[in-house]
Design a protein around this ligand. Structure first.
Ligand code: NAP
Length: 289
């Protein structure tokens, strides 16, 4: 099986690459300099030349705050990008696994969102990702995996930010009125590769899935867990005080993030016989390295 992976220098892209050997999967991995998904001709040429068995798209415009201002860029990458990939794949019916977000929901629900729940994004980022999902969803061989609150050993993310701040701050303000499920990107990478194998071997039909952490919490709870565990493992010298704040206080404006965006991963987990992301265990293991 030969995969083609877009967004290979991103956090999730690197997490997938790390596991390719384990699954003995051959893949061509392209970063944004090697392939710009907003360039229709480039995407078509690359897919025709490589002729992969399956495409994984992890490339995205992921800066939620900046997307509000630079909405054209966000739409170009998050909406036109997936459209270009579908257009290039459809002649040969090449399956696509496309990664999306919990921010396609408005956060008004009180129980974890299922893949069939109604979307209603409140931010440009969420709207642009949903617009991209629609192209994948309308394609016979389009598979969407929505995820949330990704962290890993790669690039910058909440886990690494907390460790950095702990090294030079005595107080850290963290949002305590948004609830979600932290997800270890390594666990998501495993789920994506297992789904890819399933699509190829079992000829699955297109679908929307969720894959996220097994426990919901606020960013404040997540920060406390990371810092307490880091301190216990002697990775930080002092334990900073974590101060809970509202998202409005933190961002100094109306929050564009859903207040509740826990995802229900049952559908994908039962289909692949895997667990949702055990994020506490992942933090523990990351700190051991
Ligand atoms: N991070 C999260 O907490 C989170 C939560 C929910 C869902 N997701 C979704 O999960 C996926 C992976 O996220 P991530 O955390 O790995 O994000 P990331 O680290 O920001 O990686 C995204 C990658 O996309 C690349 N990219 C941007 N524009 C591109 C373009 N025009 N052509 C090709 N590549 C382009 C970026 O390249 P450059 O580095 O060169 O810009 C970057 O390497 C995304 O679909 C995201 O929406 C993420």
């Amino acid at each position: 099986m030969k995969l083609l992976i877009f967004g290979s220098s991103g956090q999730l892209g690197k997490s997938i690459i790390k596991q390719l050997n384990q699954y003995q999967i051959d893949a061509v991995c392209l970063n944004s300099k090697q392939l710009n998904i907003t360039d229709k001709r480039q995407v078509a040429n690359k897919i025709n030349k490589i002729c992969p068995d399956l495409v994984i798209n992890t490339a995205a415009y992921t800066n939620v705050d900046k997307a509000e201002e630079f909405f054209e860029s966000a739409y170009r990458v998050n909406c036109s990008g997936p459209e270009n990939i579908v257009d290039a794949c459809k002649a040969k019916l090449i399956p696509i696994i496309h990664v999306s977000t919990d921010y396609v929901f408005d956060g008004l629900q009180t129980s974890p969102y299922k893949p069939t729940d109604i979307t209603n994004p409140i931010s440009i980022y969420g709207k642009s990702k949903l617009a991209g999902e629609n192209f994948i969803n309308n394609y016979d061989q389009g598979f969407i995996i929505r995820t949330s609150w990704l962290f890993s050993e790669f690039n910058s993310n909440f886990y690494k930010t907390m460790l950095n701040l702990a090294n030079h701050k005595r107080e850290i303000r963290v949002v305590n009125d948004e609830i979600g499920c932290p997800t270890y990107a390594g666990d998501l990478a495993e789920a994506i590769l297992k789904l890819a194998l399933g699509i190829i071997s079992e000829n699955l039909s297109s679908n929307i899935y969720h894959f996220a952490g097994d426990k919901q919490c606020t960013w404040y709870d997540f920060a406390k867990f990371i810092l307490n565990e880091s301190y216990a493992q002697k990775k930080i010298k002092t334990l900073p005080e974590v101060i809970p704040v509202t998202s409005e206080e933190f961002h100094n404006k109306f929050s564009i993030r859903p207040k509740f965006s826990a995802l229900d991963s049952t559908k994908l987990c039962s289909q692949l016989a895997i667990n949702s992301s055990k994020w506490e265990e992942a933090i523990f293991k990351l700190l051991l390295v």
